[in-house]
Design a binder for this molecule. Structure first.
Ligand SMILES: *Cc1c(COP(=O)(O)O)cnc(C)c1O
Length: 463
């Protein structure tokens, strides 16, 4: 072993990501509060704690890999979003980022509404007691059965995504003797600053009805004619992991343009505008997300200005943050299993999870950071790639990051900012058992989603 031979920076031949990690952080033991949940700290003896609990004890009690979620942080972020938008706007948490019954109860208690995009999410929301009128139902191909359940339950809004769905929802509502409140999802031709695969508002995509070419206006025409529907507004979602409100500015301008066209053609001013989600979080120290109150102020100014210019009453605004609420609140705790050093090339650190608990790196080239959390170390920084245990060479958790050169099997490392789109996108690849979500608060830890068992796997296998 020649770990001590690592200089205090990337070695000649090390493969570095463009523009990032050109130099290691000054002190690997320091946890950047930007990327870690609020109550995560390193105490005097070097142990990392969350909610007052030692992470090594959590690993002992609940096993690894595990998602550890800071409940205080989650609740505080809900309140920050609710307070920032105030009583003249609505915040819908995007349940697809991570949903469980506990999450639904926290949302309910902290005053947020909830977006669902499947029958399963709807069931979870209703089962945990979210009032139906605080639920919005999304999706580009909701089944007739899902629509039926949503309408019957009395969801506050269904976001219509296609011409077929306009008719489908209207018929189902009518058959139930109801009138469903709906919004129409439009694509405004904005490609938010983000990775191509997670940008959704340019026109060549499966979601929504395009403003360009008149699809959206035609959808409004049809929806206004159907008795089963009450058209309350227009919806636009422009992408993911967005740091800059200029994309929202263009989107709002175009949506308000449609509201004006609707007023001119039909004599109605729609009362609501939903600007979607997609607000960014810090995955690494390089990311600088804006605070909810700054975003709220910017969005409300943009919409007010556009409406004034168009001679319209300012509609009620809603937003749908998912990642920005839950993402920063959790980290994934892993145990290091093997370390493979390829001299002059790369060091692979294998953990006991991987793409089955975090597909985002493989899927989107997502960036993450990582830290040694079971102890401190004064060893020099070592550039590593953190990989999983799956039979796939793209099974990467953290592409390039620094860990101390004395890292050894049995050490616990944690990847912060994994609250969003990790457990919710987790898979059973290689018959992996999906990890638990452990919520911590005030010195207490509680499993809110339990670890899958081999029994769970075999229960589905009925052949
Ligand atoms: C995914 C999605 C969101 C949430 O996106 P985040 O990046 O998690 O904020 C909100 N609204 C719609 C319609 C979505 O598809």
């Amino acid at each position: 072993m020649s770990r001590s031979a690592h200089p205090a920076g990337p070695r000649h031949g090390d493969v570095l990501p463009e523009g990032h990690y050109a130099a290691p952080p000054a002190d690997l033991n320091v946890l950047d509060p930007k990327v870690w949940a609020r109550t995560v700290t390193r105490n005097g003896d070097g142990a990392v704690t969350v909610g007052g609990l030692d992470v090594a004890r959590l690993a002992e009690e609940f096993g690894t890999p595990a998602y550890v979620l800071d409940e205080d942080d989650f609740r505080a972020r809900c309140r920050a979003w609710a307070d920032a938008f105030g009583k003249d706007a609505d915040v819908f948490y995007a349940g697809k980022a991570f949903l469980s019954r506990a999450v639904v109860r926290w949302l309910k208690e902290e005053g947020l509404n909830l977006d669902v995009c499947s029958g399963g999410e709807l069931t979870t929301a209703l089962d945990a007691g979210m009032p139906a009128e605080r639920i919005a139902f999304h999706g580009n191909n909701k089944s007739a059965e899902e629509i039926h359940r949503a309408v019957e339950a009395g969801v506050g809004r269904i976001v219509l995504d296609s011409f077929q769905e306009i008719v489908r929802v209207a018929h189902i509502a009518q058959s139930l003797g109801m009138r469903q409140r709906v919004q129409i999802r439009v694509t405004v031709g904005v490609e938010a600053h983000t990775h191509e695969f997670i940008a959704t508002a340019h026109e060549d995509q499966k979601f929504g009805l395009a403003l360009a070419g008149g699809q959206a206006a035609e959808a409004v025409r049809r929806a206004l004619q159907l008795d089963g529907l009450e058209l309350i507004g227009i919806h636009s979602h422009i992408g993911s992991q967005i740091f800059d409100t200029s994309g929202f500015e263009v989107a709002a301008h175009r949506v308000v343009g449609l509201l004006k066209a609707i007023r001119d053609e039909h004599g109605v001013e729609l009362p609501e505008i939903d600007l979607g989600g997609g607000l960014g979080i810090a995955y690494t120290s390089d990311d600088d997300p804006r605070e909810p109150h700054e975003i709220a102020k910017a969005l409300s100014e943009i919409v007010t200005r556009e409406c004034e210019a168009a001679g319209l009453r300012t509609p009620r605004i809603s937003v749908e943050p998912g990642r920005a609420v839950v993402g920063p609140t959790a980290f994934t705790l892993y145990e290091v299993g093997t370390i493979k050093q390829l001299e002059g090339l790369r060091t692979y650190v294998s953990v006991d999870g991987g793409m089955s608990d975090n597909i985002r790196t493989a899927l989107y080239d997502a960036e993450y950071s990582v830290a040694l959390v079971s102890r401190t170390s004064d060893a020099e920084p070592m550039l590593v790639r953190v990989v999983g245990k799956h039979c796939e060479s793209g099974d990467i958790v953290v592409r390039d990051a620094f860990l101390p050169a004395d890292l050894a099997p049995g050490d616990l490392i944690a990847v912060p900012a994994t609250g969003a789109y990790c457990r919710s996108m987790a898979s059973n690849y290689n018959h992996a058992l999906r990890p638990p979500v452990v919520a911590v608060r005030d010195g207490e830890a509680r499993v809110i989603v339990r670890r899958e068992t081999e029994e769970d796997l075999l229960r589905l296998d009925v052949g």
